[in-house]
Design a protein around this ligand. Structure first.
Ligand code: SF4
Length: 355
């Protein structure tokens, strides 16, 4: 079971950069710069009381944690230590930039019980990084992932497909690169245009064309598939529909949907069915079976996959639950043929698998 992550947002605190896409206050929905020790204690005890999960981590997200003054980092980390001593919390996770993780910083984090470091990689293409005003290179990210992992932390990578200059191929190559470098968890947040950002200005001037929802879903499905094949968990796909983002006018454009992650997972099942069906002699009277827990994902958002399959000439009016299938598997049958496969083990996107 994954850990219960109790997040505290420190939006934009400590960060001297102005990435094109970033409006941390909006993303986190938090206006207060950082939490007090009392708030940390109260919030953790409330969350723990509501959850049955035993492994708990406190996370400091938003901004660049390791660019905060060390005294403030220490203050925040100290607020968690009594909870760690009482074994209520197992450790701390933080998010930061790849160029803010030298050996001295890693030692400081280790002695303060930081266990997981999530790195804002965003892209492994230097042109995309430069156009997005990141101020670091792809090599900085790859070296940071290796260094953090070698220092004994669990290392995460955050990727942001759809930034200026990006392509689907570049995004896919980015996820391959972070996996190869040793990332153990991944987050994928397709670029959205938030009000108050430099990206919003570019968009309004006609100088930036964001990914459409359909393009974003397709690219993220390939990225998710490659992570699943590599056994690396993708712990989040798409920004959360919290108060900040749901405010009127907060999102101006871009690839966003409140159930974006579900759309991406549905796309995997869509593509797997098409792949399997291509081997069927007769596409009429096809029955589709999946694990009972996956029916809504396989059907797609508002049963959209059923409609898309129909347009492809595949008439699947209903799905059949089959508990003998694991959650990633499906089986399709017609009167003569029966084929089974999984969104993890099938070579779904061969052009990218072999690239
Ligand atoms: S480094 Fe992170 S917090 Fe700073 S501007 Fe860029 S995205 Fe925002």
């Amino acid at each position: 079971m994954p850990p219960l992550i109790i997040p505290f947002f420190i939006p934009h605190s400590g960060c001297p950069h102005t990435c094109l896409f970033c409006n941390q206050r909006l993303i986190s929905g938090v206006k207060q710069p950082y939490p007090t020790a009392e708030q940390v204690l109260k919030t953790v005890l409330e969350w723990v009381g509501r959850s049955r999960r035993r492994l708990v981590e406190v996370a400091f997200y938003g901004g660049s944690f390791t660019l905060l003054p060390e005294s403030l980092q220490k203050y925040l980390l100290d607020s968690v230590q009594p909870l760690i001593a009482r074994k209520i919390v197992a450790g701390v996770r933080i998010s930061t930039r790849p160029d803010a993780l030298n050996d001295k910083i890693l030692k400081f984090l280790a002695v303060n019980n930081v266990k997981t470091i999530e790195i804002g990689v965003q892209s492994l293409d230097d042109e995309v990084l430069s156009l997005s005003g990141r101020g670091h290179t792809a090599v900085d990210s790859l070296e940071a992932i290796k260094r953090v992992r070698e220092a004994g932390f669990l290392v995460g990578a955050q990727l942001l497909p759809g930034l200026p200059g990006d392509t689907s191929a570049k995004s896919v190559s980015g996820i391959k690169g972070v996996i190869q470098a040793g990332a153990q968890i991944i987050r994928i947040y397709p670029a959205v245009v938030l009000e108050g950002t430099l990206l919003a200005e570019q968009f309004k001037n006609g100088n930036y064309k964001p990914l459409t929802l359909d393009e974003g879903v397709k690219t993220c499905a390939i990225m998710l598939h490659l992570s699943l094949r590599a056994g690396i968990p993708v712990i989040r796909i798409g920004l959360q529909a919290d108060d900040g983002l749901s405010a009127d006018g907060a999102i101006i454009a871009g690839c966003w949907h409140p159930a974006f992650g579900e759309l991406v997972k549905a796309q995997l099942f869509h593509d797997l069915v098409i792949k399997l069906a291509s081997g069927l002699d007769d596409k009429n009277a096809v029955k589709l079976f999946c694990n009972p827990d996956r029916i809504s994902q396989v059907e797609g958002h508002k049963r959209s996959n059923l409609m898309k399959w129909k347009n492809y000439g595949l008439n699947i009016p209903n799905l059949f639950p089959d508990s003998s299938l694991d959650k990633n598997e499906i089986r399709i049958e017609n009167l003569k043929q029966k084929v089974k496969s999984s969104v993890v083990t099938s070579y779904l996107y061969e052009e990218y698998n072999n690239a």
